[in-house]
Design a binder for this molecule. Structure first.
Ligand SMILES: Cc1cc2nc3c(=O)[nH]c(=O)nc-3n(C[C@H](O)[C@H](O)[C@H](O)COP(=O)(O)OP(=O)(O)OC[C@H]3O[C@@H](n4cnc5c(N)ncnc54)[C@H](O)[C@@H]3O)c2cc1C
Length: 755
C-alpha cells in the first residue's frame, strides 16, 4: 500500500491535521489509529477552550480554533458540543490582579474582547462564586467549551468527506527512511510507503519517535477532575471559571460541575512505558493527590460542600519540559513531522495547531513564527527520561502558576554547565537556564520574584556600568556553535546566508518569505572550514536548516561543536588593554560586542577555559574588571539596538522590517515598497510596576504593537525597549501601557546608545 501522507494517531490532533491537510487540497492521506478514534487521551478531556496565549502569533492560532469549532458542525453535520459560554478568571492576590490587568491590555492589543470585572460583577456572571477574598476577575466573552470526543469525530468526518482514509486498529511500529527522508512506515497490517509522516501519537509520541532516533521530549502525568451531581443554578451556558491561585477550573456538565486543576506538585506516570492497549482507559482514583484541589474548590464554590460527586476521573496526559506543545519537522529525519505534547490544552489548541502544521507540510516552511512550539527548540539534553520525569512534576503546574517576570524553572537543574560554573557560583552568580545550560543572570542576591523594582537591579546596574566605563567579563559558553567543513562548505554558506562570507561575517539565514530563520556570525577558519556562532537555543534549528539546504552531492558536513568550545567575552573600553595584557594561548579572540562599543569574544577549548578565565582576572584587576551576567547584557544590547533572535528576529520578520538591511549583500537587496511593521526603539521613565516585555505600544492612544524586549538602562537612567509597530506610518505620540498606566515614551528608529 502507499499514500503520500501517513498520520499516526486518531486523537483530536491527528484528526485536525488530517482535516486541514485535506482542506489544503491534499487527498492521498491515511490516518492510522492503533485503537479507535479518540481512545487515547482525547475522549476524557474536560473541553475548556480559551483563546488568550502569551503572544500575538499563538493567540491568533487559538482564535482560529474558536472560529473553526463554532462552525464545524454546520460543515460536517456532526455535533461538537461547542458553546460560547465565555470564561471568568478570578484573582485572589494583588499580584495576580496586576497580571490580569497586564493580560487585559495585551488581549486588547491582540484584538481579543476582554473586560476586567470587580468581584460583584464576577458574581453576576458566576452566581456560585465566593467573592469575599477576590481582587477582581478577567472576562473573555468569546471563550467556550466543547465536547472533546465529538469535536474530534467531527474533524475526522470533515477529513473523510474530503477523501482522507481513516483506518482504526492499525498500529505503526517504525518508520523507514531513504537518504535521510521518510520513505514509509511499518504497521501491524504490513508496510505502507509514504513521503510524509506525521506523528500525532499523543503520549505515545516520544517512544514512537525514539525508535527512529527522533527526539520528542514529553512525559505523562496523572491528571484529574471530578464530576458532580446536578447543582442548583448550574446551567449549560454557565461560563467556564478558573481560579488560578487555587490551581482549579470549573465548567458545567449535565447540570453539574466538572472541577479539575493543575496541582503545583504533579504525579508523573508511565515511567515503564505507555501500554499500547490503553484504549478508553483511566487510572485509579487518588484522593490524596487531588486533595489540595478539592480544598481550593470547596473554598471557591461553597455549594460543592453538599454536592454529590459522581466520579474522580484520573487520566494521563503528556507534558513537555517548558509547558508548550511540540510542532514541526523533526531535525533528525526529513519529512517526519510532529504534533504532540499538548500539556492539557490539546482540545483548545488542536484546531490552530492542525492548521499550522498542515500549512508547514504543504508549504515546506513554518507558516509563521512558531519558535515557542517548534520541535527544534529542544536538543539531546531533553531526551533523558529521568530528567523528563523530574521536570514534569513541575511543568504540569505551570498552567496556572503565577507568571512572574523572569521566572525560571527549578527542576532537573543543573543540567549542562560551563567549565566556569563553579567559579562563577562561588562569586555569587545567580543562574538561569537556557537550552539546558546554566547561565549567570547576574552576580548578587538570590532573585525574589516581583512585578515591581527587582532586588537584583542594583547589582545589574553596577555590571552595566562596568561594561560601559571599564570592562566586564561574561561566560557565554552556551552560545550554539556549528562547524561547517568540506570542499563545498563555502558554496553552502553563501547560498544559505544573506551576507557575503568573509573572514568574519554577521549574517542572516532567510526563508523563502525573506524572514529570519536565524542570525549568526560566521568565522572563516580555513578555505573549507567555517565556525558558526548562533544563539544558545538555536544550534539544532540552524544545523537542520543548513542540512536541508545542502544539495545532493555537495561535500559539506555540519557538526554541532557547542560542547567543545567555551566563550569568554570581555566587553567595554578597557577590553583591548585587558586582551593585550593576557596570554590567551591557543584561544581565538574575535572582535565582537553584542552591546555596542569595544569588546572581544574569546573562543577557547573547554579544558583551557578555567585557566584563561583566571589569567584574565589576574590581568584585569587594575582595569576595573567585573563579572557580569545576562541581565546586564540584555539591557545593554537593547539600549544599543541589537536585535535578538526570538523576541525581535523571527521567520515572520524581514531584514527591512527589523532595520537590518545591511545583513543582506547589496546585490540581493530588494527594498519593499511598503513595510507591514517596523522595529522601533523606545525610552521611557521607570515606573513603580516595572515593564517586563509584552507591554502594549500605543500610538496616539491606540495599540499598534507590543514591546518585544525591555530593560532598565543604567546609562540613561530610564527604561529602554524595542518593539514592532504594525503600521507603515510611524509618526505620532507614543506611550507604553505598563500595568494600566500609560507612560509617555520617546520612539526612534535609532538606538539610544550609539557606541
Ligand atoms: C483529565 C484531563 C482533562 C483535560 N482537559 C482539557 C481541557 O479542558 N481542554 C483542553 O484543551 N485539553 C484538555 N485535556 C488535554 C487533551 O485531552 C489532550 O491534550 C488531547 O486530547 C491530546 O490529543 P492528541 O490527539 O495529541 O492525543 P490522543 O488523544 O492521546 O491521541 C493519540 C492517539 O494516537 C494513537 N497511537 C499512539 N501510538 C500509535 C501507533 N504507534 N500507531 C497508531 N496509533 C497510535 C493512540 O491510540 C491515541 O488514540 C485534558 C486532558 C486530561 C487528561
Amino acid at each position: 500500500m502507499n499514500a503520500e501522507i501517513v498520520i499516526v494517531g486518531g486523537g483530536i490532533v491527528g484528526a485536525s491535521v488530517a482535516y486541514h491537510l485535506a482542506k489544503l487540497g491534499r487527498r492521498d492521506i491515511v490516518l492510522l489509529e492503533q485503537g479507535r478514534l479518540t481512545c487515547g487521551t482525547t475522549w476524557h478531556a474536560a473541553g475548556l477552550v480559551g483563546q488568550m496565549r502569551p503572544n500575538r502569533s499563538m493567540t491568533r492560532m487559538s482564535q482560529y480554533g474558536i472560529q473553526l469549532y463554532s462552525t464545524l458542525e454546520q460543515e460536517t453535520g456532526l455535533a461538537t458540543g461547542w458553546k460560547q459560554c465565555g470564561s471568568v478568571n478570578v484573582a485572589r492576590t494583588p499580584e495576580r490582579w496586576i497580571v490580569f490587568q497586564r493580560q487585559a491590555a495585551m488581549a486588547r492589543s491582540f484584538g481579543i474582547e476582554v473586560d476586567l470585572l470587580g468581584p460583584r460583577e464576577a458574581l453576576a456572571k458566576w452566581p456560585l462564586l465566593r467573592i469575599d477574598d477576590l481582587q477582581g476577575a478577567l472576562w473573555f466573552p468569546a471563550d467556550g467549551k466543547a465536547n472533546p470526543a465529538d469535536l474530534a469525530m467531527s474533524l475526522a468526518k470533515g477529513a473523510r468527506n474530503l477523501g482522507v482514509q481513516v483506518r482504526e486498529g492499525v498500529q505503526v511500529s517504525s518508520v523507514s527512511k531513504k537518504n535521510g527522508f521518510v520513505s514509509g512506515v511499518e504497521t501491524s497490517e504490513g508496510p505502507i510507503s509514504c513521503e510524509i509522516l506525521v506523528n500525532c501519537a499523543g503520549q505515545w509520541a516520544r517512544a514512537l519517535g525514539a525508535r527512529d532516533g527522533v527526539n520528542i521530549p514529553l512525559h505523562s502525568a496523572e491528571h484529574f477532575y471530578i464530576v458532580t451531581e446536578a447543582i442548583e443554578g448550574v446551567h449549560p451556558m454557565l461560563p467556564v471559571m478558573r481560579d488560578p491561585d487555587g490551581f482549579i477550573y470549573f465548567k458545567e456538565e449535565v447540570g453539574g460541575l466538572v472541577m479539575g486543576g493543575f496541582e503545583p506538585v504533579a504525579k508523573p506516570w508511565g515511567m515503564e512505558g505507555i501500554p499500547d492497549k490503553f484504549e478508553f482507559q483511566l487510572l485509579p482514583e487518588d484522593w490524596d493527590q487531588f486533595q489540595p484541589l478539592m480544598e481550593a474548590a470547596m473554598h471557591r464554590v461553597p455549594a460543592l460542600e453538599t454536592a454529590g460527586v459522581k466520579m474522580l476521573l484520573n487520566g494521563p496526559e503528556s507534558f513537555t519540559p517548558d509547558g508548550n506543545f511540540i510542532l514541526g519537522e523533526a531535525p533528525e529525519i526529513r519529512n517526519y513531522f510532529v504534533a504532540a505534547g499538548f500539556n492539557s490544552a490539546g482540545i483548545a489548541n488542536a484546531g490552530g495547531a492542525g492548521k499550522l502544521l498542515a500549512e508547514w507540510i504543504a508549504g515546506g516552511e513554518a507558516p509563521m513564527d512558531l519558535f515557542e512550539v517548534d520541535v527544534r527548540r529542544f536538543g539531546a539534553f531533553a531526551a533523558d527520561a529521568a530528567w523528563l520525569k523530574a521536570r514534569t512534576v513541575e511543568t504540569l503546574g505551570l498552567h496556572y502558576a503565577m507568571r512572574w517576570p523572569r521566572h525560571e524553572l527549578e527542576s532537573g537543574r543543573p543540567q549542562r554547565i560551563s567549565p566556569l560554573y563553579e567559579r562563577l557560583k562561588s562569586k555569587g552568580a545567580q543562574f538561569g537556564s537556557k537550552f539546558g545550560w546554566e547561565r549567570a543572570n547576574y552576580f548578587g542576591p538570590k532573585m525574589e520574584y516581583t512585578l515591581g523594582r527587582p532586588n537584583w537591579l542594583a547589582a545589574v546596574i553596577e555590571e552595566q556600568r562596568a561594561i560601559r566605563n571599564a570592562v566586564g567579563i561574561l561566560d557565554q559558553t552556551s552560545f550554539g556553535k556549528l562547524r561547517v567543513r568540506g570542499r563545498d562548505a563555502l558554496a553552502l554558506l553563501e547560498r544559505v546566508c544573506a551576507n557575503r562570507i568573509g573572514k568574519l561575517a554577521y549574517t542572516a539565514m532567510l526563508n523563502r518569505k525573506g524572514g529570519f530563520e536565524s542570525d549568526v556570525t560566521v568565522q572563516r577558519w580555513a578555505d573549507d572550514d567555517f565556525f558558526i556562532v548562533t544563539g544558545s537555543a538555536q544550534p539544532v534549528r540552524d544545523r537542520a536548516w543548513l542540512l536541508r539546504n545542502r544539495q545532493p552531492g555537495e561535500d559539506a558536513t555540519v557538526s554541532d561543536v557547542t560542547a567543545e568550545w567555551s566563550v569568554i567575552s570581555i566587553l567595554g573600553p578597557n577590553a583591548r588593554q585587558l586582551l593585550e595584557k593576557t596570554d590567551i594561548g591557543s584561544a581565538r579572540a574575535v572582535p565582537a560586542s553584542y552591546v555596542g562599543g569595544p569588546g572581544s569574544e574569546i573562543y577557547v577549548p573547554v579544558a583551557e577555559a578555567p585557566g584563561l578565565y583566571d589569567r584574565l582576572w589576574a590581568a584585569g584587576k587594575d582595569l576595573g574588571l567585573r563579572d557580569c551576567g545576562y541581565y546586564a547584557l540584555d539591557a545593554l544590547r537593547i539600549e544599543a539596538g541589537r536585535r535578538a533572535f526570538g523576541p525581535e528576529l523571527s521567520p515572520d520578520c524581514t531584514p527591512y522590517e527589523a532595520g537590518l538591511a545591511f545583513v543582506v549583500r547589496p546585490e540581493l537587496r530588494k527594498p519593499p515598497t511598503r513595510l507591514a511593521k517596523q522595529l522601533l526603539m523606545f525610552t521611557f521613565p521607570a515606573t513603580e510596576l516595572f515593564a517586563w516585555g509584552g507591554e502594549p505600544i500605543l500610538r496616539d492612544g491606540k495599540p499598534v504593537g507590543e514591546l518585544s524586549s525591555v530593560g532598565y538602562s543604567a546609562t540613561f537612567g530610564c527604561m529602554v525597549g524595542m518593539g514592532f509597530v504594525h503600521s507603515e506610518d510611524i509618526g505620532g505620540t507614543y506611550e507604553i501601557e505598563v500595568s494600566d498606566t500609560k507612560v509617555p515614551a520617546q520612539a526612534s528608529l535609532k538606538a539610544p546608545f550609539a557606541g
